[in-house]
Design a protein. Structure first.
Length: 220
């Protein structure tokens, strides 16, 4: 049995949001039923009551909201507090099983985390680095293509662990650094955009010299 405090917090926040949405739906159905009870037209009341019943059935059968509901003997839907309390006790907890009885709990948890990292690596290779499709036919070129993608993935992991940010955040920040060329009567100058504090922090953490402010200067 493993426990992840961060995951427990996410589970609690997600459940609170779901319960808030569920409470609003139940209040809306109750308000509609109260309006129907004040109507004198019996035929219209029957039609609207049938519509309210359909709304309750749809809410009960909802994949996300229905799990927290129970139906009373009168047929009304209420929030199942016992089920919520039982689920709250499992926040952030998950069970790991292994076929090797000699592994310690720490080794099982570490192996599970390594499996997640391996899956993340394959996902980054296929999406971020675009390992596929491979437009090569010769075996040595295919091996070279895969090797270059693997080296790029290695650099990504080094950058993430060094800076403490995800590669998406790093690429987004550094992708905002542009080089522009300005022309005028005095000549042309090529310069980079002024670095932000976040960009300077990334260059400093990676031990990379930031680009110079002025790269080319050509007087008229």
């Amino acid at each position: 049995m493993c426990h992840n405090p961060d995951e427990a917090l996410r589970d609690r926040v997600k459940r609170d949001e779901t319960l808030a949405r569920l409470t609003a739906e139940l209040e809306r159905i109750a308000a509609a039923r109260a309006r129907t009870a004040t109507r004198k037209n019996a035929q219209r009341r029957d039609v609207e009551e049938a519509a309210h019943t359909k709304a309750e059935c749809a809410l009960r059968d909802h994949r996300t909201l229905g799990r927290y509901l129970r139906q009373t003997t009168a047929g009304r839907l209420v929030i199942d507090r016992a089920k919520i309390a039982a689920e709250a006790r499992l926040d952030g907890k998950f069970l790991l099983s292994t076929s090797d009885p000699d592994l310690t709990a720490e080794d099982v948890a570490l192996g599970y985390k390594n499996l997640l990292e391996a899956e993340r690596g394959f996902r980054d290779l296929k999406s971020t680095l675009e390992l596929r499709p491979v437009f090569h036919r010769l075996a040595h070129r295919i091996r070279a293509h895969v090797l270059l993608c693997w080296l790029a993935l290695l650099l990504i992991r080094v950058a993430e662990r060094t800076t403490g940010h995800t590669w998406r955040r790093i690429a987004l920040e550094l992708g905002r650094v542009h080089e522009v060329t300005l022309a005028g009567d005095a000549g042309t100058v090529t310069q980079t955009t002024e670095l932000t504090d976040a960009q300077r922090g990334l260059f400093r953490a990676l031990n990379i010299a930031p680009p110079p402010r002025i790269t080319h200067l050509h007087p008229a």
